[in-house]
Design a protein around this ligand. Structure first.
Ligand code: 4AD
Ligand code: MG
Length: 431
């Protein structure tokens, strides 16, 4: 009897005949033997068709297969140490579902714009499949970490009446008669949730109408935002380093084949264990100036600055205590030095830049009102946020991890556009 299975599970069927639904990825032929590279979304396997061993119609059907034709194929599973997956199939049957004509993405090299225009098909490539598999593993590891550390998942709204990270990058829309914006960050709502549930985290899409065309910026990206009551700046950093180390170690453990497909140097990832080094903004400025960078105290870092700092370390590094003037309104000033805030950016190694932004939050209602005035935020719109400081205020901290930058770093990718199934980039909304 023939069992139906998927390529991922063929190891359980060695010596048996199985039937698999899939697509032809590629093929080559030597006259009397055809080698079919078959894929089904769970993996790749080579199917060997031997002319003298199959009925004429099976041989002809195999011969007619074109790239990305869909089919059911039947065959005997064999162990094959020379194959990457360790298995091969001796094909006994081919049932064509659809013969594909002129598949646009051929094995030759294509330009990035062409591939992006065909993103809906490009996703089928082994490399893209590996990236999306690792992305899913990262999300799984995120959920596992928070489940094991007593956090509750909370979903903040997507449509919001006001901004979180500054008003220049908001996507505007109408909410019936009112104005509304797509969320830039769920943080403010997560602070309310932390006062209700202690340790919480969110995982959702965020939007930044930023006219940045860099390899690190997406217009729509996914963020993981934990918020913790009774947690100060120091403990916030400890959670972050354990969290990121857990993600990297989970990918190393569960996605070896995918990292291999991407040609990732795993020895670099193996070094990512907690604790991570910390330097202050002051030390970072001093270091950069010594290296010849023209950057005065009080200015924010750009990508070249972050890369220069990260180059000194093999793990991610925290840069702490940024000037109050360049950071968000809600960050708590250092009590010993109010011109800097109790915050940290986590910079990934190998030039991947900032993957986390986080801070301890202002818990004093008067100071918060002062910040509203300085940042010209209306008391009315932020009344509810002030309430959190008026009714049982407690020290609390949180952070936001950008999923796509994390995927780019762990996968070793040039650009964030490959880290998300359908990237939203400056001037790209199709497909
Ligand atoms: O540093 P950001 O702007 O921090 C916040 O939004 C805080 N409210 C988070 C918090 O404390 N709850 O963004 C956090 C992270 C960045 O470190 C980066 O990884 C990612 O989100 N990010 C982007 N990723 C891709 N494209 C963009 N345009 C991004 N902007 C930020
Ligand atoms: Mg930031």
């Amino acid at each position: 009897m023939t069992t139906t299975c998927v390529i991922r599970d063929v190891n359980r069927h060695v010596g048996e005949e199985v039937r698999i639904g899939g697509w032809l990825h590629n093929k080559r032929s030597s006259g009397k033997i055809q080698f079919l590279q078959l894929r089904d979304g769970t993996g790749f396997i080579q199917g060997v068709v031997v002319k003298s061993e199959v009925p004429e119609e099976v041989w002809e059907a195999a011969k007619s297969l074109t790239q990305e034709s869909s089919l059911y194929f039947t065959g005997i599973v064999r162990e094959e140490p020379r194959s990457k997956s360790g298995y091969e199939m001796t094909v006994t049957g081919v049932e064509i579902i659809q013969l594909t004509e002129d598949y646009p993405i051929t094995p030759k090299e294509h330009g990035v714009d062409f591939l992006m225009d065909h993103r809906h098909l490009w996703l089928r490539a082994p490399r893209q499949r590996a990236i999306l598999t690792i992305r899913a593993e990262i999300i799984r590891a995120v959920q596992q970490f928070f489940d094991e550390h007593g956090f509750t998942l909370v979903d903040p709204p997507i449509l919001t009446p006001s901004s979180c990270e500054g008003t220049t990058e908001l996507f505007h829309t109408k909410y019936f008669e009112e104005d509304a914006f797509l969320t830039q960050s769920g943080q403010l709502y997560m602070e309310a949730a932390a006062m209700a549930l202690n340790k919480v985290y969110s995982f959702g899409p965020t939007f930044r109408a930023e006219k940045s065309k860099t390899r690190r910026h997406l217009i729509e990206f996914w963020m993981i935002e934990p918020e913790m009551a009774f947690v100060d700046h120091e403990e916030n950093l400890r959670v972050q380093e354990q969290f990121v180390a857990h993600i990297v170690q989970s990918v190393l453990k569960n996605c070896r084949a995918e990292l291999d497909t991407l040609g990732r140097d795993v020895s670099k990832l193996e070094k990512v264990t907690a604790p991570f080094p910390r330097i202050t903004y002051d030390e970072a400025i001093q270091f950069l100036q010594e290296q010849g960078h023209d950057i005065p105290w009080g200015e924010d870092f750009g990508a070249p600055h972050e890369t220069a700092i990260a180059e000194k370390y093999e793990t991610p590094v925290f840069i702490t205590h940024y000037p109050t003037s360049i950071k968000a309104f809600y960050m708590k000033p250092d009590p010993n030095r109010p011109e800097v805030v109790l915050c940290a950016d986590m910079i990934a190694p190998e030039g991947y830049g900032e993957i986390i932004g986080g801070s301890q939050r202002i818990d004093d209602p008067e100071l918060m009102e002062e910040r509203f005035r300085e940042h010209e935020l209306s008391d009315e719109a932020y009344q509810w946020y002030l309430d959190l400081r008026k009714y049982g205020s407690v020290p609390h901290s949180g952070f936001g991890l950008g999923l796509e930058r994390t995927v780019a770093w762990i996968c070793g990718l040039e650009h964030v556009r490959e880290t998300i199934p359908f990237p939203r980039l400056l001037y790209r909304l199709y497909p």
